[in-house]
Design a binder for this molecule. Structure first.
Ligand SMILES: [Zn+2]
Length: 297
């Protein structure tokens, strides 16, 4: 039964990914991005519904427009596949949270499951859209980051378990009012910590290098991520973002000689890892790594 839902989650992700392609293209250009229908970027002809089926249509059309035969970038089905995969993984994470609450005597009803999945899916969608907009325009739009900073604390009040996973909750139990309040406080502190780290690094970086190292978009982006994940995971998100950013940044510099690096995609990757595999990452940092270092000395 759970496998059926998992497939549904993945297919739903493919459809949302198709919508995200529109958001990624239109949002930074201030275009009407909800109502107007999609058209081929080359011949301007409206795309018919049967040519707009995620991944499938792209494959059937051989990656070309039906009308003008102009190439349609591989990125469109790629964004759909990424979103579909992330939604399936997000569903598994919500399932793991439900099992955790069951272990401590709470247990989540299907309504909570549904809300948790919608919440996780919305967060993952925001990360995917931000990633590709930042790649294209090196901006992280307020429509995503500020909206996320407003919504996440409220969503955490309703579904506190994403933040609470990294707390010791035996005192309060998993489902009581205390748990929700502690989740809300965790979300607000997480927002301050996330935004604060990037802001602090930006200020220090400006003093040392006399150059803008990180934009204010990154500050709000990390505020949103911190509000969803909580204060401790968001620190690891920043660490992972720096790790991936420097790795890919050096690689890209060697290829393109471009010194400017959009930081958002690497923070987003860190956020995905901490959302889906937070406990394993924490274990590597607190358990495996110290033992590994001790083994070396
Ligand atoms: Zn065309």
């Amino acid at each position: 039964m759970e496998t059926t839902y998992l497939v549904f989650a993945g297919v739903f992700g493919l459809l949302v990914g198709s919508f995200l392609n529109v958001v990624i293209y239109r949002l930074p250009l201030d275009m009407e991005w909800v109502r107007s229908r999609s058209a081929c970027r080359s011949c301007r002809r409206l795309i018919r519904w049967y040519d707009n089926i995620p991944v499938v249509s792209w494959l059937l059309l051989g990656g070309r427009c039906r009308n003008c035969k102009e190439r349609i970038a591989f990125r469109y089905p790629l964004v759909e596949l990424i979103t579909g995969g992330l939604f399936a993984l997000g569903f598994i994470t919500v399932g793991a949270i439900a099992r955790d609450t069951e272990l401590t005597g709470g247990g989540l009803t299907s309504g909570w499951w549904a809300f948790g999945f919608v919440y996780v899916a919305t967060f993952l969608s925001a990360l995917v859209a931000s990633t590709f907009i930042d790649f294209d325009h090196t901006i992280l739009p307020d429509e995503i980051t500020k909206t996320g900073m407003w919504l996440a604390p409220f969503a955490t009040l309703v579904f506190p378990w994403i933040v609470l996973r990294h707390f010791d909750l035996d005192r309060f139990g998993w489902t009581g009012v205390h748990a929700r309040l502690e989740g809300l406080i965790g979300s607000l502190i997480g927002m301050l910590v996330g935004a604060g780290i990037v802001w602090g690094v930006a200020v220090v970086g400006k003093l040392i290098f006399r150059k803008e190292a990180m934009g204010f978009g990154d500050v709000k982006f990390m505020g949103m991520i911190g509000a969803v994940l909580g204060p401790f995971p968001v620190v690891l998100v920043f660490a992972l973002g720096c790790l991936f950013g420097s790795f890919f940044g050096i690689a890209m510099f060697l290829v393109t000689r471009n010194r400017y690096l959009a930081f958002g995609p690497y923070l987003a990757l860190g956020a995905v890892i901490m959302l889906l595999w937070g406990e394993q990452t924490v274990w590597i940092v607190t358990d495996w790594w110290p033992r590994f270092v001790r083994g070396l000395t």
